[in-house]
Design a protein around this ligand. Structure first.
Ligand code: COD
Length: 305
């Protein structure tokens, strides 16, 4: 399955969406943004080192025509300016450029002019790998460090608008652990039991939550059969809820570095979708993530329990 093609096909209209980019002076970032502009997906406001942005663009023949640049060399201030553009409705989407994730997220979480809501914010990765003809979601590999059960519930809920935007109805969420059996010494397995019970009791809606599952039993029906797993959703996961940021981040990097997978990443739960890839990600991953953020903006209004 080709992730970019799927994303392109789901974007129905080319409405004028404005993308604000924080710390934009980076080859891959400018490449992805100028591609999105030239294909009329977005118009863009680049915040960052204007001279460097122009220098990189002329070196690589990226057209900056029609793109507004706001010159700000300080990364903290550049993040603040980009977030405020979205807060003030001058832009619809925010994108992380060449800056530490935590610096941008602190601006996003600002109490006066940030993009907070009454819900937790979390990072969602959509990915495909060449060996499986299916799209998966994985969360959270980049924002919430050590989520407790309540945070994990909200991380699951933040995946639902993404699955809806992708046309995945009633997704199967697998709570990923190291084993399939509850082990009181493994907190993730206790969380899995509680999250599954919460969903069965109606406190999480729009998906089915099962676990504990080890990774193989979550994504491979053959592995689930081999292990004798009786859960009918074993091996059929659409969404992988990772136990903590380390597990999520390692899986994310393994998808791109070892499995030659494709990714698209956003922060969900904020007042507007936020394109948030790793600094080392390719321009293709950044472009895919812009497409995903546009799709999410077009599918607003999903209810939580
Ligand atoms: N959603 C909503 N509000 C939040 C969230 C969240 N996910 N996280 C924190 N808040 C709120 C808190 O309730 C509080 O009001 C305020 O923000 C500050 O909370 P702290 O003190 O926990 O926040 P910070 O500023 O120390 O840290 C927030 C970060 C998101 C920056 C932090 O969690 C972090 O560094 N995450 C990892 C980012 C990272 O390095 N990723 C690397 C992989 S790319």
């Amino acid at each position: 399955m080709n992730l970019q093609e799927t994303l392109r096909q789901r974007i129905k209209t080319h409405q004028k969406t404005v993308l604000a980019v924080a710390c934009a002076a980076d080859e891959e970032v400018i490449s992805a943004v100028t591609q999105a502009v030239s294909e009329h997906y977005v118009s863009a406001i680049l915040v960052g080192d204007e001279a460097l942005i122009k220098d990189i663009s002329s070196q690589h023949h990226f057209s900056l025509e029609g793109i507004r640049i706001i010159n700000e060399l300080d990364p903290v201030l550049a993040c603040e300016l980009a977030v405020k553009l979205v807060f003030n409705h001058e832009a619809d989407l925010l994108m992380k450029g060449l800056v530490d994730t935590s610096v941008l997220l602190r601006a996003v979480l600002n109490k006066e002019w940030g993009l907070r809501t009454d819900h937790l914010l979390s990072h969602v990765t959509v990915f495909t790998v060449p060996t499986v003809d299916k799209m998966f979601l994985m969360s959270d590999g980049a924002m919430n460090i050590a989520p407790d059960v309540n945070a994990k519930k909200q991380i699951i809920e933040n995946c639902i608008p993404v699955t809806s935007a992708l046309g995945i109805n009633n997704p199967k969420v697998a709570v990923i652990c190291a084993v399939e059996k509850i082990n009181p010494k493994m907190q993730a397995t206790l969380d899995a039991e509680e999250l599954s019970a919460l969903q069965k009791a109606g406190a999480i809606i729009g998906c089915e939550v099962d676990g504990p599952f080890a990774f193989d039993g979550a994504v491979s029906i053959e592995a689930a059969h081999h292990k004798g797993m009786s859960n009918p959703n074993a091996g059929k996961a659409d969404v992988l809820l990772m136990p903590n940021i380390e597990a999520g981040n390692i899986l994310y990097k393994a998808i791109t570095y070892f499995a030659q997978g494709s990714v698209a990443c956003v922060i969900s739960g904020a007042a507007a979708p936020i394109v948030l890839t790793s600094r080392s990600d390719s321009d293709e991953a950044k472009f895919n993530s812009i497409l995903l953020a546009i799709l999410m903006a077009q599918h607003k209004g999903v209810q939580h329990a």
